[in-house]
Design a protein around this ligand. Sequence first.
Ligand code: GDP
Ligand code: IMO
Ligand code: MG
Length: 426
Amino acid sequence: MSVVAMIGAQWGDEGKGKIADVLSREAAAMARFNGGNNAGHTVVVGETKIVLRLVPVGILRPDVRCYVGRGCVVNPAYLLEELGRLRDLDVSADNLTVDWHCHLILPYHIELDKAGDETLGRWRLGTTGRGIGPCYADKASRLGLRLADLFDEKRLTERLGALADRHAPTLKALGVDVDEKEVMAGLKEAAPKLERYAGDVAAAMREEVAGGEKVLLEGAHGLLLDLNYGTYPFVTSSTVHAGGAAAGLGLPCGFVDRILGVVKAYQTRVGEGPFPTELEDEPGERLRQHGNEYGSTTGRPRRCGWLDLVLLKYSVEVAGVDLIALNKLDVLDGVEPVKVCVAYELDGERLERAPAPFDYLEKVKPVYEELPGWPDGASGATSYGALPAAAKGYVDFIEDFVGAEVALVSTGPSREEGFMRREIFP
Ligand code: GDP
Ligand code: IMO
Ligand code: MG
């Protein structure tokens, strides 16, 4: 048994797509356990940039079996679109199984998400507008439709009718119209195209682990966006914590051997919410340009700032991160000095740990340690030895501060840029 759960350790977009792609060389199976097409995981193969939002990135390797577990939510029209894009790249999805029990994102959810967020004033989240929150809310309300419902017309009609009725007053108040007949027609069209991918992922995962294969669980988003452990209410609606991997796939908890936290060498955030180390103006803009920090799902400019080690330590402790994959070290080439946040100040008092509740994050002032920068040389490095001394010092500082080993370092977007310092799969 060799199961690694990979999770984002910040606010998403840490470079999980790149890391998952590198690890998929070794994996026999890969699975998504949370979220939906609000994720955007980028893989660069040669000159081609591929963004996968729902299907595990292992799909790009013909031998890797891929799963979408019932912790995920699925927009049927979007899934077909992603499969179409893969087909255009000559990538077969024959190895893909999507759990029967995945809840469906319907046009109602998308409209409620978009229009609803706009009504929140200063509490607006800036969601991806993919219908994620309302879909998980319907799941929890026992109102949702699941993938299996697509293949039973009577059930589909009844359940869609109930869902449409429930949301009609809210949609009307928001001034949005969703045509139930059109929704039904779309679902009927999608059903025969999706039926071959529907299956029992929980049973398949148990077989995968019993067979002793290397399995990578591809988390979406980042721990600070977790519904329970993130910066609520500025979070997503699923479990990002590695505990969600077991529940979202139907794996007994003890089967997850190792937790890999993916960390960006600095900090970014898309959407609203507290961000103590955010950099405005020129320094932030420099990180945005050098790191190409524009959302892979929505194209929105990402907010950028210095690495927040106080929050990273929180993520490592809360999620039980064993190993770190450090991404985008190359983006700091030429930054002098490099700052990292090692504590906060709140009302004249020094805080060594993230304040609970997180609402105080709005008010804290970061305390920085300045580390020497390096003019160039991290970009494209393929071994630890090849890194400039100051870049090595940066890696070592992170390790010491958070108490987890940096096992993998990425120094550029492509598959070849970066290196592993130890085996990730046990
Ligand atoms: P994810 O959501 O965690 O998978 O991250 P995204 O794919 O949304 O965003 C990461 C971006 O950084 C993508 O454009 C990647 O191609 C790019 N990227 C990943 N690793 C590196 C790296 O080490 N260096 C640089 N410069 N870019 C990287
Ligand atoms: P990946 O997997 C970055 C953010 C949104 C918004 C909040 C809620 O690519 O790292 P939602 O649409 O989920 O209800 O939006 O969460 N968000 C992400 N930010 N990367 C992601 O995924 C994200 N998924 C959601 O920007 O602030
Ligand atoms: Mg992303």
